[in-house]
Design a protein around this ligand. Structure first.
Ligand code: HEM
Length: 566
């Protein structure tokens, strides 16, 4: 019998084993990989796309917020950008609220990404803003310890200081601009006013920012902001600059030292006052007293210093940008301005030549004008200051809006995109304060989110709520697009300029007090017109630059006129 040739056997066995291994690997890969990915915009760079970073160049765009909004409108409430792996961009209000909540889908801040900001916010020192550990001493100690500083009671007590700074600014405008017909460069004035307010309120410290057109602190911080956005948009250039110190890098180091010296001066002033009296609930007093919840020991001095820095930075530029955009939106729309003037006139707050002088602004006025407050809210929607929102990390494999999100994924909630997506608001590009008027108090239930619940709890006629009441039930106002075609979230939940949940803005009440005091004081005295140098609205919109806060690329200047009798 002829011998059977079995030479092919090892080959066949190898092929079989190989196929089995492939099938096994495919099966497991398929099991582990998300079933499908949410949609994604086309890569901005195909070569980077091969390495999973096809959308990285988006960070180089000064209008990053617009890019995010454009794709939210095109692709819907969840899409993916590839920036060193997938970033899940979520703008569906229902899902955003889930991520920010304390519920099953809660996601903590992304430690690595916030650490990148520390260099700018607090010279690389850890502080509670960038801590992702909500059970740790740092966040728990400071969030709880600082809460009394931002209570309505404390803010009501400090209101005269806010008003004094604002009145000082308005009277300077009267002589420098109203009397001369010169245009007011409001960007710089808003930064200087809010810095002086924060200086007085928090640290009993006078930056004298209103007194000089060129304030060292404001200018150094502005330069720093520009440098930060440059380094975010050009990370490779940034690394090279650190490796091979150029003149630019040396300049940047010198600027950081200058800013550190300015912060240190504030810190030393607060420290030199010694133990504050027990009833002093200012930020300066509280940051010195706060102890570690777990041991009762004081925090290291560098943490106290870093906290002082982050509260100062967080407290002034955000509010300044909000006021700047609101003044711009009001000045460009005479009908809107006229309706506000009518509200103020009805309350004796409108200064009209030849008529009785307007009365002084009072605390109760801050929540008294529904139309004005709707205008402010609409401006905060259209020009969301914290445009790029918050960046979270998915703590476990999860399903978000029907998509599988693997543990450890970056989940990005950009608030400008949420506020301006066609899926969340109808005609989002239209400035329409009316869309909020349907949301004002109509006996709706208190909203159970941490940011608003205490406002309802403490609100009385004499101590009015500063944040708008938010009905969490009831019909959806017709000028809102209903997410997913149903009404799972009220429109107020599609509007989160201060974020929400445990990591929502600690300074929200103060921001409202500052912004309303500043805006009402200006609007009561002057009729505003845009200076012709500002140009048409579409150019201003196109010029917007996202540099931590949303700013205008075209300097916004206003002309001050008298109010005509109504
Ligand atoms: C109109 C003005 C303001 C806006 C639009 C705003 C917006 C925000 C947003 C969106 C967040 C969440 C950030 C994130 O998750 O990355 C935040 C957090 C924060 N804000 Fe504000 N903010 C404003 C004013 C203020 C003021 C006046 C202060 C006063 C110190 C302040 C201090 C903070 C702090 C410390 C946090 C971190 C809170 C935490 O992580 O627990 N903000 N703010």
């Amino acid at each position: 019998m002829e011998a059977v040739n079995r030479d092919w056997l090892p080959l066949a066995a190898t092929a079989l084993a190989g196929s089995a291994a492939c099938a096994y690997a495919m099966y497991h890969l398929k099991k582990r990989a998300p079933k499908s990915m949410p949609p994604s915009p086309p890569p901005l760079n195909w070569l980077l796309g091969l390495g999973g970073s096809g959308h990285a160049p988006a960070f180089a765009r000064p209008d990053l917020h617009r890019y995010l909004t454009e794709w939210a409108s095109k692709l819907g409430g969840v899409y993916v950008l590839y920036i060193k792996g997938p970033f899940y961009v979520v703008t569906d209000p229902f899902l955003v609220n889930q991520v920010l909540s304390r519920g099953d889908m809660a996601m903590p801040k992304h430690e690595g990404i916030y650490r990148m900001l520390d260099g700018f916010l607090a010279f690389g020192l850890p502080q509670f803003f960038s801590s992702s550990d909500e059970n740790g001493d740092l966040w728990r100690g400071y969030r709880k310890g600082l809460a009394p500083c931002f209570s309505l009671d404390s803010l009501k007590k400090s209101f005269p200081k806010v008003r004094a700074c604002t009145e000082k600014m308005v009277s300077m405008w009267e002589t420098q601009y109203f009397a001369t017909g010169e245009a007011v460069p409001i960007d710089s004035w808003m930064s200087r006013a809010t810095l002086d307010i924060i200086g007085h309120l928090f640290y009993n410290y006078d930056f004298n920012a209103l007194d000089s057109e060129h304030n060292e602190f404001v200018e150094a911080m502005h330069e720093n902001l520009v440098a930060l956005s440059q380094s975010l948009s050009d990370p490779i250039g940034d690394i090279l600059a650190k490796l091979f110190p150029t003149a630019k890098a040396k300049q940047s180091a010198a600027r950081t030292e200058r800013i550190k010296a300015l912060f240190t001066a504030v810190y030393e002033a607060v420290k030199s006052r010694g133990d504050p009296p027990a009833d002093d609930q200012s930020v300066g007093a509280n940051i010195m007293r706060i102890k570690k919840p777990s041991t009762g020991e004081p925090f290291p001095e560098e943490t106290v210093f870093a906290t002082l820095c982050v509260l100062l930075i967080g407290g002034y530029d955000t509010t300044a940008s909000t006021c700047m955009w609101a003044l711009y939106d009001i000045a460009r729309q005479p009908d809107v301005q006229k309706r506000i003037a009518q509200e103020l006139a009805g309350a004796g707050l409108l200064q009209v030549p030849g008529q009785a002088p307007a009365r002084q602004l009072e605390w109760a006025d801050l929540a008294a004008f529904p139309y004005f407050n709707a205008v402010l809210k609409e401006s905060m929607r259209l020009h969301t200051t914290a445009a790029t929102g918050t960046v979270r990390v998915c703590p476990k494999n999860a399903m978000l809006g029907g998509w599988q999100i693997p543990k450890g994924s970056v989940v990005w909630l950009p608030f400008h995109a949420m506020h301006n997506s066609i899926h969340n608001f109808s005609a989002p590009e239209v400035f329409d304060p009316e869309r909020w008027l349907g949301q004002l108090p109509t006996g709706g239930k208190p909203n159970p989110t941490p940011n608003t619940v205490h406002l309802h709890a403490t609100a009385t006629a004499a101590n009015p709520p500063l944040a708008e009441n938010k009905a969490d039930s009831g019909p959806t106002h017709p000028s809102f697009a209903t997410p997913h075609g149903d009404a799972r979230v009220p429109p107020s939940k599609a509007m989160l300029p201060f974020s929400d949940g445990s990591r929502g803005c600690i300074g929200m009440n103060l921001a409202y007090v500052d912004a309303r005091t500043i805006l009402l004081s200006i609007l009561s005295k002057f009729w505003l017109e845009l200076d012709p140098s500002v140009g048409p609205h579409d150019k201003v919109e196109a010029s917007q630059v996202m540099a931590l806060v949303l700013t205008s690329g075209i300097p916004i200047k206003l002309r001050l006129k008298s109010h005509a009798p109504l």
